[in-house]
Design a protein around this ligand. Sequence first.
Ligand SMILES: NC(=O)C1=CN([C@@H]2O[C@H](COP(=O)(O)OP(=O)(O)OC[C@H]3O[C@@H](n4cnc5c(N)ncnc54)[C@H](O)[C@@H]3O)[C@@H](O)[C@H]2O)C=CC1
Ligand SMILES: O=C(O)C1=N[C@H](C(=O)O)C[C@H](O)C1
Length: 273
Amino acid sequence: MTQTTDSTGIVIMGGSGRMGRMLIDVITASDSAHIIGVTEAPGHPWAGRDLGEALGGAASGVPVTDQALDVVAKAQAVIDFTTPTATLAMSKVTAQTGAVHVVGTTGMTADDIAALDRAAQETTIVRAGNMSLGVNLLTQIVRQVAAALDDDYDIEVVETHHRHKVDAPSGTALMLGEAAAAGRGVDLDTVADRARDGITGARTRGSIGFHALRGGDVVGDHDVIFAADGERITLRHQASDRSVFARGALKAALWGQGKGPGAFDMLDVLGLR
Ligand SMILES: NC(=O)C1=CN([C@@H]2O[C@H](COP(=O)(O)OP(=O)(O)OC[C@H]3O[C@@H](n4cnc5c(N)ncnc54)[C@H](O)[C@@H]3O)[C@@H](O)[C@H]2O)C=CC1
Ligand SMILES: O=C(O)C1=N[C@H](C(=O)O)C[C@H](O)C1
């Protein structure tokens, strides 16, 4: 694992997960950062082991632990793609140590996000439901298109993910819905239509619909559809490799160094706001 004097020391949360493993690959290949520790859920079989050995190879000297503070105390950043409960617990640890906390975890409630915003008074938190450049750029395009079109254009957000995903709509779908609502100058919570089933009645003018498909190994596909009488526009992003999320998260961890306390997102990191 590469380490130079100006290399940023990073803790990966949930190292055995789909995103955790991708982060291990991306950070190991980076000249700008190195892994100083990995955390896992309490009682996880990797906890207490060496990372290299847990991955089935030679010892790496990188510990895996379920005692976050042990490793976070030495870290400049924590990258976290886990669960809302684990993310909130980690926000208390990073608030204590000052490590930059990069949060990719989705499925968070408004109360969870408010708790993260409070933690951001103590350290830098960068949170985004999607860390890829493509999706963050797409949010800006969606906002522009929604601002240019009126309510004659019905907006629907359709997302497809692998069979293991536990939250819906996806964090990305909500980001795209927020962007569309912002373009229209409305509040997403007021216009979102998230559960159509049965005799729903005709579509409510001005609503923004969400639809979640789950199956197979789909990394993450998102469509934003603007449908009017006689024409329809579809804006689409398809992720085919999780490295786009991991590279974005690493960029956020490096960008956050020296920023000071505050809540940021990937538009800040990518300079797209
Ligand atoms: N923002 C983005 O760009 C992306 C966000 N995600 C989100 O990231 C999250 C994780 O996704 P996956 O990697 O597919 O899930 P996963 O289920 O494969 O991995 C989650 C990992 O977190 C670990 N974990 C659970 N509690 C923990 C704790 N207290 N401490 C440390 N580790 C803990 C689990 O044991 C597991 O290894 C989901 O919310 C997903 O929607 C996923 C991809 C991209
Ligand atoms: O769970 C996933 O896999 C993904 N989650 C994020 C989301 O909820 O939008 C990002 C990406 O689509 C993959």
